[in-house]
Write a protein that binds this ligand. Structure first.
Ligand code: THU
Length: 139
């Protein structure tokens, strides 16, 4: 179902859709785009980048997070992920943990299909009971 999104969310989804076209996914042929907005309002994008040694590939979300960190930003305010999947693409388990490191449980996440279906969720709903710093002595 296609519906009107709030402009900041639509913008993020448009950025994810755009970067997805540059994904390097010759092995899975499954291109993914991710975009995140920081609490300061900057947008960073990432696409999946595969490798002939299959486990060395990286996910779209990981690419966006790496770009954000390299720019010196640390806190995610919103996320969008898109793929040409039959239903809105769910981030893999590793990416859920990576997002949880830099986002609050309430941080909104839009999952989308290229054909226009969207699912709205949060980082906390994607990873309930996340392992975090509070579980370590360093908390
Ligand atoms: N992939 C992502 O980039 N993000 C996700 O949320 C799900 C999976 C990539 C990894 C791999 O390149 C391809 O999709 C198939 O698993």
């Amino acid at each position: 179902m296609t519906r009107t999104l709030p402009p900041p969310t639509q913008h993020l989804l448009d950025e994810a859709r755009d970067v997805r076209t540059r994904a390097y996914a010759p092995y899975s042929n499954f291109q993914v785009g991710a975009a995140l907005r920081t609490q300061e309002g900057h947008v960073f994008v990432g696409c999946n980048v595969e490798n002939v040694a299959y486990p060395e590939g990286t996910c779209a979300e990981a690419g966006a997070i790496a770009a954000m960190a390299a720019a010196g930003a640390r806190r995610i305010a919103e996320v969008a992920v898109i793929a040409d999947s039959p239903s809105p693409v769910p981030p893999c388990g590793g990416c859920r943990q990576k997002l949880a490191e830099f986002a609050d449980p309430e941080t909104p996440v839009t999952l989308a299909t290229v054909s226009g279906e969207t699912l709205h969720t949060t980082v906390g709903d994607l990873l309930p009971g996340a392992f975090g710093a509070a579980h370590m002595d360093k908390a």
